[in-house]
Design a protein around this ligand. Structure first.
Ligand SMILES: Cc1c2[nH]c(c1CCC(=O)O)Cc1[nH]c(c(CCC(=O)O)c1C)Cc1[nH]c(c(CCC(=O)O)c1C)Cc1[nH]c(c(C)c1CCC(=O)O)C2
Length: 357
């Protein structure tokens, strides 16, 4: 399969404008995990295909990516995939167990770090590029397509724990007791992530998000030592490599969930957009980021979608009012839950687009 870079013209520029700090006609909205289990048509699809079969087949991944756009007036599509395709490409087994989530049956041990090889990993992930290229064409310029990756620490944490964890204490133990191996692993993941993002952009991703979902388990010391330098490397090396390949730069989003303790430091990493979760007040965000050229993305509590339609509308409007004056992209403060009511998603999206901009 080759890359077709003869893309259709983009008709909805709200997201890219907001990311670059230009004023869009209306506030852009997309929803983390918008292509997922809360959609009955996705559930149906999952009865026919395994999770990674959908990820690896560009036609299937494209179909699932487009599902939420047929229902809601969203301002972006996000390619259907998972952050754990990187550990998979590094040779680790990853299972998606229904009702449990991701399981890595043979978690990474200190002895194994030496054996991990970055070479060839991105080549194995080229199916994501093919899915992106196909979807970018199938979108016909309706909305921009978002590519994504997990951040080094978040991937490291899943690889060591072998799945989700309440404390991530095994992975955090490395940060205190095995610093050298930790840096080696984080450096290797960073190398892969940089080339993976460049590949996604080459195939047609118009903006990319780095998910640091496990930032919330760290603190300012750990984040400064084990995350910030690698996140900085990602933003600068992706831009350098795009330049070297004569590809246009795209805006980059960093979402460090629960990373309020170093929001100010995040603003200096070279990302155009910072995602924030619902535990942070818009007024605090504005105070910390005062005068920095940064767009904020977030931060409605995903469980607010269970509220009555009138309460939900009120919560959304309150959030938009509080973020007024701030460069802003509307989203939830984390991924949408599988039992979120579909009607509420429509209420959320419509409330954003009906808001006096
Ligand atoms: C931590 C993380 C993962 N994956 C992801 C993150 C970062 C975002 C976050 O913090 O929520 C990112 C992700 N995962 C998925 C997407 C697809 C694009 C989209 O946002 O619509 C994206 C962007 C599909 C998925 N990834 C997963 C599903 C459901 C699995 C299934 O269909 O069986 C989907 C649609 C599985 C998954 N994958 C992962 C977990 C913890 C789980 C289980 C919990 C859950 O289901 O939400 C790892």
């Amino acid at each position: 399969m080759s890359i077709n870079r003869n893309f259709p013209a983009l008709k909805n520029e709200r997201l890219l404008k907001a990311a670059r700090g230009e004023k869009p006609d209306k506030l852009p909205i997309w929803i983390m995990r918008q292509a997922g289990r809360y959609l009955p048509e996705f559930q149906e699809y999952r009865k026919q295909h395994s999770f990674f079969e959908i990820c690896q087949n560009p036609e299937y991944a494209c179909e699932v990516t487009l599902m939420p756009l047929r229902r809601f007036d969203l301002d972006a599509a996000i390619i259907f995939s998972d952050i754990l395709v990187i550990p998979q490409a590094l040779g680790m087994e990853v299972e998606m167990r229904p009702g449990v989530g991701p399981v890595l049956p043979e978690p990474l041990t200190l002895q194994h770090v030496e054996k991990l090889k970055a070479e060839g990993a991105v080549k194995k992930l080229e199916y994501v590029g093919h899915a992106i290229n196909l979807t970018r064409h199938k979108l016909e310029g309706k909305v921009p397509l978002i590519g994504f990756t997990g951040a080094p620490w978040t991937l490291m944490a899943y690889m060591i724990e072998g799945g989700g964890s309440k404390t991530y204490s095994k992975a955090k133990k490395w940060l205190y007791a095995s610093k050298e191996e930790s840096h080696k692993l984080l450096g290797l993941l960073t190398d892969v992530i940089v080339d993976y993002l460049v590949m996604q952009i080459e195939y047609g991703a118009q903006i990319v998000q780095v998910f640091d979902s496990n930032a919330e388990y760290l603190n300012k010391y750990l984040y400064s030592e084990f995350c910030l330098p690698y996140l900085k490397r990602i933003s600068s090396e992706v831009r350098e490599k795009l330049k070297a390949k004569s590809l246009e730069e795209v805006p980059m989003i960093l979402f460090a969930k629960g990373g309020w303790y170093c929001l100010e430091e995040q603003a200096d990493l070279g990302y155009e957009v910072l995602g924030v979760d619902w535990t942070i007040e818009p007024s605090y965000v504005k105070k910390i980021l005062n005068n920095k050229n940064i767009t904020i993305q977030g931060n409605l509590d995903p469980t607010a979608l269970y509220a009555s339609n009138s309460d939900l509308k009120m919560f959304v409007e309150k959030m938009l009012e509080e973020f007024e004056g701030q460069r802003y992209i509307v989203n939830l403060g984390h991924g949408i839950y599988p039992d979120a009511p579909i009607d509420s998603v429509k209420t959320f999206v419509d409330a954003v687009h009906n808001f006096k901009a």
